[in-house]
Design a protein around this ligand. Structure first.
Ligand SMILES: C[S@@+](CC[C@H](N)C(=O)[O-])C[C@H]1O[C@@H](n2cnc3c(N)ncnc32)[C@H](O)[C@@H]1O
Length: 505
């Protein structure tokens, strides 16, 4: 018997990083995968977004992208997906998928069990129509909210396999083909209609329920259903304790979702820590571990703050000179590399990285201040960084033109380190910002670039003076601390990146 083909059909795949309050209503022009809501329907959502952006310092669109990143990570773990269909405006051409095939319609924030395909395969033989599985019950709890309370924005909807809800079904090629063409869009997009469509319009098709939770979505306060009810800041403020104190409480059957639920819990903590002032000038609800410690006077102090905050165990310094920093770093396991003096290894960074096989939590790059050398040091540091690690790069902000000349200067000299930072800010997989202090301390996290620098401008002293803050994403201390504390976002991989996958756009 021919092995069925399985495809994820992304009903929505919004690029949230491209959306702003200004272009939100016109998103159909820029996004190929957006449900074509009419502006009347989008307006209340936009109002909710504006309320959100007034209250939280984490922009609504960034929050949504972070939720999407978590879901992308979940889908990248599904075994046995053959293709991913992303463009909702092109009717899926199932004939390309072979006679026996199944579509799994989902939204960009849905999570899936890694074994979903194996489970569906086990019943696919007996199903000529739609396989649906149990929706998750509560995935987050709060002491003050009853389990399953439909009014709480923190709970996923709950229903059994009979009430097919979002993302909990797979449609077979046979059922889809037997459905009248004008209803096919509804079939894939409107989970609440699936029953009726199968019963009334698909010849011979049946609905096969599975009593297992194979997918669910975290019902976030930012979901479209919830955000359009956020008509006032007070309403959103009232939710803050629920968002802050709710924790993932997963039953055994959805244990597979634990990593994603924990990521959401951390994201929510980050969100509520970033609440804006309520007009009194004082930030509201900023928790101790969310607000930055006092601004460090020297870079050794900054490095020790990070080591303390993130419980780092290992430290690598490139360029140690007289050990002014190296000797003050308070960590048991430290390695210093310098060809001339200081540190623990007398060699160049290139030679060190060539031999090195170990990982570090924190890498501080302060060696030769030339663009291409700094670039190499950063790239090598990325390869030996632990997953929660941080790379710091010193001397990103020259104060005068002389400081940034290529030739080493007497006294303070930053060289053209700043140009390496601008080069790397164009990359997708590194998130970078620069603290406006300590001669510009660049911070690099290996995660999705939340603010890529896309302008094509020459890198010279004039453009540095006119566009320094944009080019280098220069931030104050609090924003720097928030950046460092942010949870590592999931890499942008999906099932379609697997070697077996073919992508239909
Ligand atoms: C600005 S100093 C470092 C200061 C030190 N990190 C501190 O905080 O006090 C730069 C150091 O980089 C070293 N250096 C120069 N070229 C290097 C290379 N290729 N690899 C590693 N270190 C290098 C120099 O010998 C010098 O000691």
């Amino acid at each position: 018997m021919e092995q069925p083909t399985f495809a994820i059909y992304l009903r929505t795949d919004v690029n949230w990083t491209q959306l702003t309050e200004e272009n939100f209503l016109d998103q159909r022009d820029s996004q190929s995968s957006v449900i074509p809501y009419r502006p009347q329907r989008l307006r209340p959502i936009l109002r909710g977004i504006q309320v959100w952006n007034q209250l939280f310092r984490m922009n609504y669109f960034e929050y949504r992208q972070r939720l999407k990143d978590i879901a992308v990570l979940s889908r990248s773990h599904i075994r046995g997906i053959d293709l991913v269909i992303r463009n909702r405006h092109r009717a899926p051409n199932l004939s390309n998928m072979g006679q026996r095939s199944f579509l799994l319609p989902c939204d960009d924030d849905d999570w899936y069990a890694p074994h979903v395909v194996e489970r569906l395969l086990s019943v696919a033989e007996s199903c000529g129509g739609v396989i649906c599985w149990k929706d998750a019950k509560v995935c987050f709890t709060h002491p003050r909210v009853k389990r399953g309370d439909p009014n709480s924005p923190l709970f996923v909807r709950s229903s059994g396999p009979r009430g097919v809800k979002t993302n909990s079904y797979a449609v077979s090629n046979a059922a889809y083909s037997s459905c009248p063409p004008q209803l096919r869009g509804l079939f894939l997009d409107r989970h609440d209609r699936v029953h009726k469509i199968v019963a009334n319009n698909c010849n011979g098709a049946t609905l096969l329920p599975i009593d297992e939770v194979l997918s669910f979505t975290y019902k976030s306060p930012a979901s479209i259903t919830c955000i359009r009810n956020m008509t006032s800041e007070q309403r959103l403020r009232d939710l803050v304790p629920l968002i802050r104190d709710a924790s993932p409480s997963l039953t055994k059957e959805v244990e597979w979702a634990r990593p994603y639920a924990e990521m959401v819990a951390e994201l929510n903590q980050e969100l509520v820590h970033g609440i804006r002032s309520n007009g009194s000038g004082e930030p509201v609800n900023r928790q101790l571990n969310g607000s930055a410690p006092r601004v460090p006077a020297r870079h050794a102090e900054l490095i020790n703050l990070l080591i303390d905050r993130f419980k780092y165990d290992s430290y690598l310094e490139i360029g140690c000179a007289g050990n002014r920093t190296f000797s003050k770093i308070d960590v048991p396991d430290k390695v210093g590399v310098d060809p001339h003096k200081g540190g623990t290894l007398r060699t160049t960074s290139d030679a060190f990285f060539q031999e090195n096989r170990r990982k570090f939590d924190l890498v501080f790059i302060d060696g030769l201040h030339h663009r291409e050398q700094v670039m190499r040091d950063i790239q090598n540091a990325v390869n030996c960084l632990t997953p929660r690690g941080t790379i710091l790069v010193h001397d990103c902000l020259p104060k005068t033109e002389r400081h940034q000349l290529r030739k080493k200067q007497r006294g303070s000299w930053t060289g053209d380190v700043w140009k390496a930072i601008v080069d790397l800010r164009r990359q997708d997989d590194l998130d970078i910002c620069v603290f406006d202090g300590c001669w510009g301390m660049g911070a690099i996290k290996v995660r999705r670039n939340a603010a890529p620098f896309e302008e094509d401008i020459p890198l010279n002293w004039e453009t540095f003076l006119s566009s320094r803050d944009d080019m280098l994403r220069v931030v104050n201390w609090q924003r720097y601390w928030d950046f460092l504390s942010a949870h590592p976002a999931a890499p942008e991989t999906t099932a379609c990146d697997s070697q077996y996958a073919v992508e239909m756009t």
